[in-house]
Design a protein around this ligand. Structure first.
Ligand SMILES: Cc1cc2nc3c(=O)[nH]c(=O)nc-3n(C[C@H](O)[C@H](O)[C@H](O)COP(=O)(O)OP(=O)(O)OC[C@H]3O[C@@H](n4cnc5c(N)ncnc54)[C@H](O)[C@@H]3O)c2cc1C
Length: 379
């Protein structure tokens, strides 16, 4: 296929969402004729995806490590939760890229094209995508997974993080989801450490911050290095790999057009209250591929009706009372039944899961203060 022809589908962005969708299409003999546009010249091990596989995905064999027990530390207490059913899992991007690109590149109906989309004409009868070099692409439908960072306003926060895969002796052997003991100023941004040991002498350490405006991840990388120097001793640890990220803990800013849907972390698959997106992207890719293979238009992500409202209330509280973050997370982990909490955090709770999790938090004051904040002149 050549970029000059008209495609059934154009996918803007060949990252997690774009490749997840194309990989599913590549499992079939005659999928829609698809073009993936991405400016990358190479794929590197640029991120590590972690989360709970509450719903299954086709990359189980690529999972690097799984943990059934997770610990949360605050200055006041430590809580360990355990789930036999939903182990927390870690998948390195390089394995995902290798598997998806091999299948996609072997398929005669799916083409990758290196380019940067700069303009989209979205009509009832199709889309025209203009690339940076002036080339145009015609397709019947489009899926736009490009990142779309926007300034955030209250109550939404940025999640900034710096991670280092560390090799050292005396590595902790338990996975620590949130260690709030590293944050020294409770009234500043919300800082915590995340530690995932995946070999006897290796672990992924991540320094994470929720705040607004965003923090330069280089600042967090320095904080993490200082922590590692104290923890293991000066010069007694080795950095094997580094990653940084800045994610908006906010609802999507774009919506579907006429023939183009939005998808991916910036298209409704990222949970505002957590920043988790990988498993939601996998669920969306299943739905979208099923629609396309049945001859229907592509579909966007379905964030649910209640969760965005609960996320708004929770984020309002974190934004105005960052000092309460450790206490609120501690309550969630201590009081909520673990599997129900995992389904809730993963964005696929039953009604009973949601009620059960809501019961653990002091929602009445949270809602009251959210309303007071939203209606400052009336309260
Ligand atoms: C370092 C890091 C770690 C993360 N860890 C986790 C985690 O542990 N768990 C979790 O659930 N989520 C995690 N996330 C969040 C989220 O899952 C990832 O960001 C995920 O890659 C989002 O997938 P995506 O397809 O929306 O975006 P991406 O994977 O970023 O793909 C977007 C693609 O669009 C391309 N692009 C950009 N501009 C254009 C353009 N103009 N035209 C065409 N293409 C364009 C980019 O090159 C890129 O390939 C992490 C994010 C980062 C950055």
């Amino acid at each position: 296929m050549s970029v000059g022809e008209t495609f059934d589908l154009v996918i803007l962005g060949g990252g997690c969402a774009g490749l997840s969708l194309a990989y599913r299409l590549a499992q079939h003999d005659r999928p829609p004729r698809t073009l993936i546009i991405d400016p990358r010249s190479e794929y590197t091990n640029d991120r590590t995806w972690c989360g709970w596989p509450v719903t299954t995905h086709p990359f189980q064999d690529d999972v690097r490590a799984r943990w059934h027990r997770l610990t949360l530390h605050t200055h006041q207490a430590s809580t360990t939760v355990e789930s036999r059913r939903y182990p927390y899992e870690m998948l390195e991007a390089e394995r995902f890229y290798a598997r998806t690109l091999e299948a996609i590149d072997a398929h005669p109906c799916i083409t990758r094209h290196q380019g940067r989309a700069v303009a989209i004409e979205d009509r009832e009868d199709g889309v025209t995508v203009t690339l940076e070099d002036g080339e145009t692409i015609q397709a019947r439908f489009g899926v736009d997974t490009r990142p779309h960072p926007q300034p955030l306003s209250s109550p939404w926060l940025w999640q900034d993080f710096a991670g280092i895969n560390v090799r050292a002796d005396n590595m902790p052997q338990s996975a620590e989801l949130m260690d709030f003991r590293v944050g020294d100023d409770p009234h500043a941004d919300i800082d915590f450490l995340y530690v995932l040991p995946y070999a006897p002498d290796q672990a992924l350490f991540e320094w994470t911050r929720f705040g607004r405006p965003p923090t330069d991840p280089a600042t967090l990388e320095r904080a993490l290095e200082d922590h590692l120097e104290v923890r293991f001793g000066a010069g007694c640890w080795q950095a094997l790999r580094r990653e940084t990220g800045t994610l908006p803990m906010a609802p999507p800013t774009r919506t579907a057009g006429r023939s183009m849907v939005v998808a991916g972390a910036y298209g409704g698959s990222m949970r505002a209250a957590t920043g988790y997106a990988f498993h939601a992207i996998q669920r969306w890719a299943d739905d979208c591929a099923a629609a396309l293979l049945a001859g229907h238009p592509p579909v966007g992500a379905r964030p649910g009706r209640i969760l965005p409202h609960l996320d708004h209330i929770f984020m309002s509280t974190l934004a105005r009372h960052p000092e309460r973050a450790p206490e609120l997370y501690q309550l969630l982990f201590e009081k909520a039944p673990t599997d129900r909490l995992i389904r809730f955090l993963s964005g696929v709770p039953s009604a009973r899961d949601t009620l059960s999790v809501m019961n653990t938090l002091p929602w009445a004051p949270l809602i009251k203060s959210t309303i007071r904040h939203a209606l400052p002149h009336k309260m």
